[in-house]
Design a protein around this ligand. Structure first.
Ligand code: FAD
Length: 320
């Protein structure tokens, strides 16, 4: 699917200056471009290494409104891209390697070109942290998930594993007990990092079983996950859990490195917003998971994209 999307690659030829450049081609970036292009702002999307964003890495999406029977993630993103292109957005599949937000127009450097823009929307998303176990990559979207809200309902009446010991791991484990028969929490230490209130809630839940001082060694299965091998790090004893899935809940890494020294981040390294979608630099906006560590959904990312585009249009009008 990614190869297919790349083959539609449209080079901007001689044009190097745009009204707005959107960095990132997930739900936030594509939605922003649909709005800016329809508002007659010349728009360039630079898609990075994952055109279509995180949903290219999943199978069925059941919670994006408008699709009564669900839709495959890559299909949804291919359609969004086609919609953006139909509105007149130029899309290039290149990666941004440097930016200059200190001078006007803003400069965006990719591996192959330098572009200029009067306004920029950052929509580079956040990457879920991996546990690094054998089979994790192979079974991604085939039983290994990084989002309980997204995938929990696919695990009705199954036994599953949650990896992690922080607040979000406890939140996910508790949420998943709505669907699963049993949730095994695998934690490498003998105490949780989660807040006392979250710990108490998890301990009270009869469907959750804790495995302390334990790490995941290997994820196994055929079509989907069917077994997870875990090791007690104090005794080296290896155990096999017969489970249908693994939820990795050890946090996300915002894709913000590129903007260090150019704009302000919050305490967790996500882009800090000052006024709606505006960053601390006038003319630079952010949308989606790159600033939102609370909701992290395709629909919320798309909504932030719409908001950023409306803010950009207003900014450009007032600037004139
Ligand atoms: C496996 C999985 C399944 C999911 N399932 C669901 C679901 O069922 N429903 C749901 O609502 N949500 C789901 N989510 C969450 C959803 O995918 C995200 O919330 C959403 O994609 C965030 O959109 P975004 O546009 O902010 O960022 P992303 O989708 O992460 O897109 C980021 C974009 O930025 C680009 N980028 C990054 N760095 C650079 C750079 N240097 N230069 C240029 N471009 C760059 C990337 O290439 C990518 O195109 C799932 C997430 C995962 C990981």
């Amino acid at each position: 699917m990614q190869a297919e999307i790349r083959s539609e690659n449209k080079k901007p030829e001689a044009k190097k200056k745009f009204d707005v450049i959107i960095i990132g081609a997930g739900p936030a970036g594509y939605t922003a471009s649909i709005y800016t292009s329809r508002a007659k702002r010349e728009t360039l999307i630079i898609s990075g290494i994952l055109p279509g964003g995180q949903l290219m890495l999943t199978t069925e999406v059941e919670n994006f409104p408008g699709f009564a029977n669900g839709i495959m993630g890559p299909e949804l993103m291919t359609t969004m891209r086609q919609q953006a292109e139909r509105m007149g957005t130029t899309i290039i599949d290149d990666e941004v390697v440097n930016v200059d937000f200190k001078h006007r127009p803003f400069k965006i450097l990719t591996y192959s070109e330098e572009y200029e823009a009067d306004a920029v929307i950052i929509a580079t998303g956040a990457t879920p942290r991996k546990i690094g176990a054998k089979g994790e990559q192979e079974f991604s979207a085939r039983g290994v998930s990084y989002c309980a809200t997204c995938d929990g309902p696919f695990f009705k009446n199954q036994e599953i594993v949650v990896a992690g010991g922080g607040d979000s791991a406890m939140e996910e484990a508790i949420f998943l007990t709505k669907f699963a028969n049993k949730v095994h929490v695998i934690h490498r230490k003998d105490t949780l990092r989660a807040s006392k209130v979250m710990q108490d809630r998890a301990f009270e839940n009869k469907k959750i079983q804790f495995h302390w001082n334990t790490v995941i060694e290997e994820i196994k299965g055929s079509q989907k996950v069917s077994q997870i091998t875990v090791k007690d790090v104090t005794t080296n004893k290896v155990d096999t859990l017969e489970v249908g899935g693994l939820f990795v809940a050890i946090g996300h890494e915002p894709n913000t490195k590129l903007f260090q020294g150019q704009i302000e981040f919050d305490a967790q390294g996500y882009i800090a917003l000052k006024n709606h979608t505006q960053t601390n630099v006038d003319g630079v906006f952010a949308a989606g998971d790159v600033h939102d560590h609370r909701y992290r959904q395709a629909i919320t990312a798309a909504a932030f994209g719409c908001m950023a585009a409306i803010d950009v249009d207003k900014y450009l009008s007032e600037r004139k």
